[in-house]
Design a protein around this ligand. Sequence first.
Ligand code: SAM
Length: 368
Amino acid sequence: MDRGGIPIGDEALRGRSTRYNSADRLSPEYRDAIDATVALLETYRRRAAPLDIGVRADDRMAEGLGAMIDALWHDWRALWSEASECLAEITHSTDRLAAAKRYTEAGLTRELLDAPLWRQAYAKPRGYPGDFVVMNYIYDGRPAGEDAFAQLAHALGVRIGQFVVRRKDFVRREIETLVAAAEPRAALRVASLGCGPAREIAEVLARDIRFAGSLTFVLIDQDEEALRCAGRGIANTATKRCAEAQVVVEPRKVSVLRLLRDVDPTDVFGRPNLIYSAGLFDYFNDRTCRILTRRLYAALPPGGALLLGNMKAGTDMSWPLEFIADWSLIYRSAERVLSWAEGLDGADIQLRTEATGYDYMLRLRKPA
Ligand SMILES: C[S@@+](CC[C@H](N)C(=O)[O-])C[C@H]1O[C@@H](n2cnc3c(N)ncnc32)[C@H](O)[C@@H]1O
């Protein structure tokens, strides 16, 4: 099935992941952790290989691959902690961090590139990391990959990405709460910035909601394919369920950065009761986050809420994302996230984390 990925030449990709200069200032303990992780994957490659013979791709999970992923996950977690501890000790040295990244990509990343999830994240065929294809792999959680080891490595990536699923659940509950609290015939507006596949919206509509008003979802993304994917997902569920509510989807292909100065947010999405963004502010600098927060908050009607996600600083998530998948994000402390809301007089401010604890969710509510 075409999932929107663009094939990237194998040689180019593997070439990119082999640039390592032995004169680099590499932490010996970190090198050891990476070598051990590569050896672990090689062991599992050998264990998985018999499943390539005579077992259909769809049957491999039931035929032993499922148990194998549990065992791999256990060993991987230990090495993940080790590598993260090594990295924590060298955060002061950009040289050493750069050397660690090069060594990781040269040894470990290339082991994982046959897995669709790792490949899509690392190759960035749509020009940026964390595209809707990656999101869909994580949300679907279905086996993918040409051989048993590729499926195993893909499943590993899906497990690491569970914070994305929990974040989506957090946002979904927020929309459900809004709908549950609304007058039966209210006209609700919800805007998602950097909507990707907008899975949370499809899930809201897939449930039995007792709401006979109108629900307008304004979807904002720079990637037209992401908007198409989101529209399809919502249309599929909305036609099956949610018979009473009138559902409208308004896709907007625009960069959120345009809302910083030349475009008034209300011109793009009106005055939504809920504006949210999950998995986007982590790419922006503090100034951008502050200005956007202010402008988005100003676009809320009285009683409206703004919900903004950002990866938490000080967790172990940068090893798989930044070092293995070359997926750069800005990890922030609670103080840094809260600083976006400085000067927003009267706002009710709450900082939560989604269930895995990797992501902050900042909620700002305007007084009614
Ligand atoms: C990590 S995904 C998150 C998608 C979705 N919110 C989710 O949690 O499933 C980030 C999304 O933001 C979009 N994006 C990235 N930069 C953007 C920008 N400057 N303006 C609008 N959309 C952007 C990408 O196309 C992608 O769909």
